[in-house]
Structure formats: C-alpha cells, structure tokens
Design a protein around this ligand. Structure first.
Ligand code: GLY
Length: 590
C-alpha cells in the first residue's frame, strides 16, 4: 500500500501537469459584446456556438453545438463517450440542472479493481474496466428538446462536417496527444484513429480528420439518440467489451437516463450562487467554501496582507475537501447532507480556522441533520449567454486525457474512464489524489462523484457571472477563486482567471501553488505551516460577466483561460478589449 501511495503522489503531479493542461500563457482571450457571448477552450467550438446563434438558435442550442464540436476538436477532454453537467438559466429565471454523468455498469462490483486483494488503479484508469455508460449525448438531447429552438441534428451535422473536413493541430492538442500516446498505442483502434500511421503523435500544424466519428455523429443525426443508446453503437461497444474483459453491456446503454435535478442555491454576500448538485461535489463545496469565507472581510484582509487572506482561503478549502471525502457520492445511493451548505455549519468550521497558522484537519465534520436532511435525489468548461436571458454553463469530460484510451472499432468515439472517479477502495487516491469512503464506493448503476462545478451567480435575481473549469478537484477551487477575486477583490475578470492560483484538497495535506505565484507569498504560506508544492498549471477556467455600461447598454465580457488556447466571442459585433498584462510567465500562444 505504501508503494502504491508513493506511486500515486508521483502520478498526481503528472496528472496535474497533463490533465490540467498546457503551461499558462501570458494573456487570456477575452471579448466584449452587446448581444451575448460564447466562450470555450477551442476557437472552432466558440465559432460553432456563434454560428448557431446566427442561424436562429438560443444559448442552449449554441452551447450544445459547441459541446459537440469540442468532442471533435478537443477529444482528449470530452466527447459523446463521456458525460457532462449542464446548468441552464431560462429567460423566466427558472434553473435547470441536467445530469449527464456516466453510470457504472450493472455488472460493476465493489471489488472489481482488486487483484490479489490489492487495489489496482491502472484498471480503473485505462482499458475496458475503466469505462462507465456515457451520458453526454442523452443530456444534450434533453437540453435541446426541452429548452432549445433548433433540432439537435443541426449541431451534430455541423460537428460531423468538421470531423470529416479535419482541422489543424494546435499546441494544446499536440501536447495532450504526445502525453497520452504511449497508452493509446496499446489499443489498435485508438492508435489507428488518433495517431499517425507510424504510431507517433500528430504535431502542431498537422492536419487531422476523424471520419469514423463523423459517421457516428451523422448516424445519430439521422436516426436519433436511440441509435447510440439502443442501437448499433451500444451493440458494437458491448460486443467489444465482452471480448476484452469489460463489463459495459447493451442494457447499460439502454437503461441510461439523463436526470434533471434541483441546483444548489446559496447566498454569498449580495449575490446568489447557483451550482450543480450531487453527484457533483462542485455545487456543494463551492457554496461551503464561500459560506466559510463570508465570515471574513476578504477585501480588507487582502488589503492588509494578501498572505493572510490566501492562507484563510486555503484553510477553508481544506475543511471542505475533508467533508467531500466522507459525505459525497451519488445521491441515489448515499445520503448527502444538505447541512453541508448551511451557513451555521460554515460558521462552525470557520471558527476553527486560525489566521496565524495552518491547523491540521483530522477528518470530516458533521453538518446539521446529517442523516435526515439529504440532497434528493480531464474535462472542459464552456458557457454561452444570450440577449433573452438564457445562460448555459456546461462542464463535460471523459475524465483524464483521452479517458480509458479505448476507441471501439468503427465508432471513432473515445470512451471515458469515469470509473476512476469512484473510490476504488477505501482511502486509495484516484488519479487526482482524491480519497473517498463508502459514499463513493463502486456500485452497479451508480454515478461516480464529480468535481465539475458549472456555476451561475445572480445579483437581484439576474445573472451577472458564470464560471466553471476543468482540472479535477481544482475545478472547485478555481471557481471559488474566480468568484472571490472578481466579486470581493474586484479584479478584472481577465485577471481573476489568469493570475496564478492555489489549491488545497485536504489530502494530500499540501497547498498546490501554480508557477508564477509571488514567491514571497509562497514563503509566507510556508511560515503559516503549509506544505507548499509547486504545480505547472492549476486547470482551465472559462467565465462570462454581464453588466450594463455607462450608457445603460448591456455588455457581456467573455474570458477564456490563457492556460488553454480557447476563445471568447460575442455577437452581434465584437467590442475589442485591450488585454491586460498578466503576471503569468509568457509562453507562446496562438
Ligand atoms: N472527471 C473529473 C470530475 O468529474 O471531477
């Protein structure tokens, strides 16, 4: 077990670098517009969203068009072989949370990753046993059918045309493919579809095409999502699984349902924060951390001493993640206490924070009515907001880079490795170093716990900000940091997203600090008693801000994190924004 944990720590550092994407670049891509805004990690996906608006769609249609396009041009992060959470704010103010999280196969068992009594996380991360039933497509279909204006077919065909025509490889695509190539080569179809003929990864400037994926999208466009869940796609995948020791079957596909859930809504100062409920841990812990921080005047603390404020935020993160490890899981299988997001409970936890030193957190706390008041029943984030007041925040994933690394022949679809988001054994960290307990143990038909945190912030009942991120558990802390930097410290959104971040997830008991973070600040954190561990990149955030300008005209400001090569673009006409210099180290950026 000790050797396993040692390997784990090395792997977490590697995953942090790989999954949390490429090195930070100097300047975020940002845009301002008067009619609405789309922001994603890839220009072609952002353009798909804008083109969808121009052809009569609303923000839901545009977001799903971007989501499907990302499955083509950003296949290392997400796709229809994975899952997603979709948070929608409708023009009448209603919120919809669509859970397209993957589910464990019916044949999944608690001991499926044990070999000779020892947990083997290689099995939950790579290959057939890593794959859970994909949910993204069911969630897209539900979102568009209920809340869109255009047929899903249109978005599918647009993405299919791109897959067929191909596109030019950028630095992010090339970097992630290079990192994943050794594992992709183990699976003949993945090697054939995703790598060059000689098995080497495509490089920046190469042209890639995905004709099999185009055919899959076209078949869904022609026959509907049943072709995927109850037709040839499901049959082909389950036959391959049966031949290769997997457990996913046609029944798992047929039984898959996207679920509409009640979002988590909490107040933070004069704002209301709307987040995604379990099986996301994101909504709960973004709210819980903000509730703790609300007990303090962050702006004043930061003005007096930024190191004290940073230390305070880290202590709040640590306490929330200790609760995450114990209480959080699929609400259909485990009781997730609502008390976790109560202000009284946050005050109790906040009272244990000392401003002069790091305090050890032995384990989880006990929120009020923990057994009775329950939530009822490497990743990418995108956001679209339109003039009619529809806002959409989608975080979607196949988990780590290229998921399970499996592409079933003829499908072109990269299958997820979301099974690794379960606690495969008590206290054994997953690819992100997260530990879990019974609440997140493997069980047939269960959804693995997620950190994905699509978030929409309201003021006086109107949306003013949406933020979400990629980066495993660092998603939660990126969302919190963007909110407090922008709303409390009043940094411009671009700075709130771009400037170096820090992250604590309780175990390991380290503060991960992103390179570029002020060295004096890092030293001060050590003096408080934190174990400071440098990390290359802390994830990728996308955000949209709405405000009225001096003339009372609407303005949407979109920001795509400089750590990826994304794009913000609004409509009808872009209002150029002069990029503010960022303190991040400069690297090349397209
Ligand atoms: N696969 C990462 C997450 O859902 O948190």
């Amino acid at each position: 077990m000790a050797a396993l944990l040692g390997r784990r720590l090395q792997r977490i550092a590697m995953i942090t670098a790989m999954v949390c994407m490429a090195a930070p670049a100097a300047v975020a891509h940002q845009s301002q517009a008067t009619g609405g805004m789309a922001v994603t990690v890839h220009p072609l996906a952002t353009q798909a969203a804008v083109a969808t608006i121009e052809s009569g769609g609303n923000a839901v249609d545009a977001a799903i068009a971007a989501a499907l396009m990302l499955g083509v041009v950003d296949p290392h992060n997400s796709g229809i072989g994975g899952g997603c959470f979709i948070l929608i704010r409708l023009p009448d103010g209603e919120f919809v949370a669509i859970d397209g999280r993957e589910t464990a196969p019916a044949k999944a068992t608690r001991d499926m990753y044990l070999r000779n009594g020892e947990p083997d996380s290689r099995l939950s991360q790579t290959g057939p046993l890593a794959v859970a039933a994909p949910g993204a497509l069911a969630a897209y279909e539900l979102a568009v059918r209920r809340h869109g204006r255009l047929p899903l077919r249109q978005a599918l065909l647009r993405a299919a045309a791109q897959a067929r025509a191909g596109f030019v490889v950028d630095r992010v695509f090339a970097g992630r493919l290079r990192a994943a190539a050794p594992l992709l080569r183990r699976f003949p179809e993945s090697r054939r579809v995703l790598l060059r003929r000689d098995g080497s990864p495509y490089a920046v400037g190469d042209h890639v095409e995905f004709p099999e994926l185009a055919r899959t999208y076209e078949a869904v466009a022609e026959h509907g999502v049943d072709w995927f869940y109850r037709g040839p796609f499901a049959r082909r995948v389950s036959e391959w699984m049966a031949q290769h020791g997997g457990r996913l079957s046609v029944e798992d596909f047929a039984n898959y349902r996207a679920i509409e859930r009640q979002p988590v809504r909490t107040r933070y100062r004069e704002y209301e924060v709307v987040g995604f409920p379990p099986p996301s841990s994101g909504g709960v812990h973004v709210a819980q951390i903000l509730n703790m921080l609300e007990c303090f005047d962050l702006r004043e603390l930061h003005r007096r001493d930024p190191a004290v404020m940073t230390h305070l935020v880290i202590e709040a993160m640590k306490r929330a993640f200790a609760d995450r490890a114990f209480w959080l899981g699929d609400p259909e299988f485990t009781g997730v206490p609502r008390g976790l997001v109560q202000r009284d409970y946050a005050r109790e936890l906040a009272a244990t924070i000392r401003l002069d030193r790091a305090t050890p957190v032995a384990g989880h706390g006990t929120p009020p009515r923990a057994r009775s008041d329950l939530f009822s029943r490497h990743t990418t984030h995108l956001a679209v907001a339109d003039r009619d007041g529809t806002w959409v925040a989608i975080t979607q994933t196949i988990n780590t880079t290229y998921g399970s690394k499996v592409v079933v022949p003829g499908t072109g679809v990269v299958l997820n490795n979301e099974m690794d988001d379960f606690a495969i054994a008590l206290g054994v960290p997953n690819a992100f170093g997260l530990v879990g307990a019974d609440a997140n143990a493997v069980a047939a038909g269960k959804r693995p716990l997620s950190s994905m945190s699509p978030t929409i912030v309201l003021k006086d009942g109107k949306p003013v900000l949406t933020v979400g991120a990629a980066g495993g558990p660092k998603i939660i802390t990126q969302v919190v940091l963007t909110i407090i930097r922008h709303l409390d410290l009043q940094w411009p959104l671009e700075q709130a997203v771009s400037r170096p971040r820090y992250h604590h997830q309780w175990k390991p008991d380290h503060v991960f600090v992103e390179r570029g973070l002020d060295e004096t600040l890092a030293k001060r954190l050590e003096q408080f008693g934190h174990a400071v561990v440098p990390t290359r990149s802390s994830g990728v955030t996308q955000a949209i801000r709405y405000r009225q300008d001096d003339q009372g005209q609407p303005r949407w400001i979109g920001v795509a994190d400089p750590r990826a090569a994304g794009m913000a673009r609004g409509w009808p006409a872009r209002v150029p924004v002069r990029a503010a210099p960022s303190p991040l180290p400069a690297t090349t950026r397209k």
